[in-house]
Design a protein around this ligand. Structure first.
Ligand SMILES: Nc1nc2c(ncn2[C@@H]2O[C@H](COP(=O)(O)OP(=O)(O)OP(=O)(O)O)[C@@H](O)[C@H]2O)c(=O)[nH]1
Ligand SMILES: [Mg+2]
Length: 308
């Protein structure tokens, strides 16, 4: 039987030092890349193409749990979720980052209203959200096979490691703050269930900040003529507004910045401008905002959904 690296899931080999899965000694549990990532935090640029992941999952059977952390819920990641043809459920991961007012039933309603997602589970690898809910869900569907899919760094491998730990199984898949840690499907038996860890799906522009802290929204009263810079994204306000940024990167302000390349983005009152992989900006007043990216998603914010 071919032995697989417990870190990334790739078949171990001792012949090609430059290829994936290389280890000088086939008795090792981790390949050289995972050993270096685990011990020295050294990352590589390898990743698995999303078509390969979908092809493999879609011709299989079982239930797909699709993990996305709250700040990464957007049109793009939901479109990935929609590509799955197996029975599936969206799982909002890292729920310890949610603020108290971001209640799960509120998020569920908003997911339904904005993204037409009917149901969701909520988990965290760091707080009391129950991971065993996935077993209950599998039982309700009379299934015992599950694929844990999702965006890179959503916490898939950490989630599976927690399940293994709870069962007293002494195995640990590699989890890290670097993107694309897992590089192949990893099959695990937990109780009577078969659980697959899978490689993360990526945004085209990787190199995004790790999301792991409680969301701390920052509100700005912006004057017309203000530009906000969020990493490579620029937002120039023509008129006064009140905005709140939800994300975990530094943002800077400039005044009367000249840039002819910007395009106008119409934003209704109480809508969000989504910044892929980073978070979103909630805009209080209807306005046209000049941005340096085409086709940014604008969506109804959570306060806009009718909660009884
Ligand atoms: N705050 C918080 N951080 C988490 C949680 N789960 C995982 N993390 C962190 O998120 C990072 C990514 O975790 P992984 O488990 O490697 O994520 P993954 O989805 O397997 O990533 P890929 O294999 O690259 O697709 C690590 O730094 C984890 O410590 C969680 O529930 N809450
Ligand atoms: Mg992983």
């Amino acid at each position: 039987m071919i032995k697989k690296c417990l870190g990334c899931g790739v078949s171990l080999q001792n012949t090609d030092e430059d290829a994936l899965g290389y280890t000088p000694n086939l008795d090792n549990v981790y390949c050289k890349r995972c050993f270096r990532l685990k011990n020295y935090g050294e990352e590589t640029l390898d990743y698995v193409k999303e078509e390969e992941i979908f092809k493999r999952v879609n011709k299989s059977w079982g239930v797909v749990f699709f993990l996305i952390d709250f700040l990464n819920i957007n049109q793009y990641t939901i479109s990935l979720y929609q590509k799955i043809r197996l029975p599936k459920i969206l799982v909002v991961s890292k729920c310890d980052i949610l603020r108290k007012e971001m209640k799960t039933d509120k998020i569920k309603k908003w997911l339904k209203e904005v993204y037409k997602v009917d149901d969701a589970l909520f988990i965290s690898n760091k707080s009391s959200f129950k991971s065993s809910n996935i077993f209950k869900y599998l039982d309700s569907k009379k299934e015992f096979r599950a694929y844990i899919l999702g965006v890179t760094n959503a916490g898939k491998s950490t989630f599976i490691n927690n399940l293994l730990k709870k069962e007293g199984i002494k195995k640990e898949i590699l989890a890290s703050k670097k993107p694309n840690t897992t590089l192949d499907f990893i099959k695990l038996k937990i109780q009577d269930y078969i659980i697959y860890d899978t490689p993360g799906l990526s945004y085209q522009n990787s190199n995004l900040p790790l999301i792991n802290k409680e969301i701390r929204p920052i509100t700005y009263q912006v004057k017309g003529g203000t530009t906000l810079n969020v990493l490579k994204y620029q937002f120039s306000f023509l008129t006064d507004n009140s905005i709140t940024f939800y994300g975990n990167v530094e943002i800077s302000r400039e005044y009367n910045k000249k840039d002819d390349e910007l395009k106008g983005l119409r934003v209704p009152a109480n809508y969000d401008i989504v910044i892929p992989g980073i978070g979103y900006i909630n805009v209080k007043k209807e306005s046209v905002i000049l941005v340096n990216e085409e086709k940014l998603e604008v969506r109804l914010d959570m306060s806009g959904v009718d909660y009884e």
